[in-house]
Design a protein around this ligand. Structure first.
Ligand code: ASP
Length: 335
């Protein structure tokens, strides 16, 4: 089931948790269920491991395959994200991503390695593997971030093939949206879901990547948190890494992924750090958190992991010790 569809069905029926075949109906590190203790107990045991936002087992499987074949974590997260970028049925990433309000598919992505190197692209059009362009920015230029037409021309110069990223399904969805053209991104929890992925190898070295088409039907030119190092993604190989999904504006305002990593530096577990970073958002005076979603996943040097969101239905996929499974995330808004 597609991530967006999963969210929709879950919120409509209230039974979403029972439909995933590999879904662990638990909140890692906080649930007392048997599945949860199995998930937690395995957390510290085995490296390498890969985690990703949402239900993306094909992507985590690819990343693990790369690690097991001797690839490094940078190769792993790039290859893992490319699976979803090429998946035309996923309407939030790469080809098939939902467009902005003018019908243009614009992609944001970033990548960061164990040495603190990073690369990013924003407002990239017609090139589906935004994460690989971000890696090229990191490796082949003295810069961190390229935007728009410059990013596209750079990608073409590196051999990426331009193509139309708007699929028939996404065009149909956009046309349907245009009938009312309500621009209220913050109240539509299912209108955003980024693929963020973190990998740690058997030596404890960590890389991360993040790729998205951003908010569906956003204003032309809008860029969220996902390509912004420190907001959508941060890797500090001394401590750990974090990646975000959800309403990017709220993540940017709290420099969310950097915050999660710094909280781990201060001694918090990945789970505690994700929870504190969510509290920073919801505890702001006049926070409108009931009307938007933000979720974090995190990993530390020991291979402990955590995930937390404002609302229900956020999940992470975790591949460790031969088990590739979706884990339902704990969340703040239980009212
Ligand atoms: N964080 C992304 C953005 O705001 C969207 C998402 O996670 O779906 O662009």
């Amino acid at each position: 089931m597609k991530r967006r569809q999963f969210l929709k069905n879950a919120s409509l029926t209230g039974v979403g948790l029972s439909v995933g075949t590999t879904l662990l109906n638990c909140a890692e590190n906080t649930s007392k269920s048997k599945e949860a203790s199995v998930a937690s107990a395995s957390t510290k045991a085995t490296l390498p491991l890969v985690i990703a936002t949402w239900h993306v087992e094909n992507a985590t499987a690819k990343a693990m395959e790369v690690l097991q074949a001797g690839g490094n974590t940078l190769d792993a997260v790039e290859q893992g994200c490319r699976i979803e970028e090429a998946n035309e049925n996923g309407q939030s990433v790469g080809k098939g991503g939902l467009p902005d309000r003018d019908g243009n598919v614009t992609l944001d992505a970033c990548i960061m390695d164990q040495h603190g190197n990073c690369g990013s692209v924003v407002y990239l059009q017609n090139i589906k593997h935004a994460v690989s362009v971000a890696r090229k920015v990191m490796e082949d230029t003295p810069h961190v971030m390229l935007a728009g037409e410059g990013a596209k021309q750079f990608a073409i110069s590196k051999g990426f093939q331009p193509e139309d990223l708007l699929t028939e399904a996404s065009k149909t969805a956009w046309k349907k949206w245009k009938v009312e053209a309500q621009y209220k991104p913050i109240i539509n929890i299912e209108n955003h879901d980024t693929i963020g992925m973190l990998a740690i190898d058997k030596n404890g070295d960590i890389s991360g990547a993040c790729t998205t088409s951003g908010l569906a039907y956003k204003l032309g030119g809008r860029v969220g948190d996902s390509p912004i190092i420190g907001s959508g993604l941060f890797v500090d190989n001394e401590i750990g890494a974090a990646v975000a999904t959800g309403l990017g504006e709220e993540v940017v305002k709290t420099v969310g992924s950097f915050l999660v990593v710094e909280l781990m530096r201060q001694g918090k577990s990945p789970q505690e750090a994700c929870e504190e970073a969510i509290r920073r958002i919801v505890n702001k005076p006049n926070s409108d958190y009931k009307n938007f979603q933000v979720g974090y996943i995190a990993i530390n040097k020991k291979g402990e992991t955590g995930s937390y969101a404002i609302h229900q239905w956020f999940s992470m996929t975790k591949f460790q010790g031969g088990v590739n499974a979706q884990i339902q995330s704990d969340y703040f808004n239980k009212a």
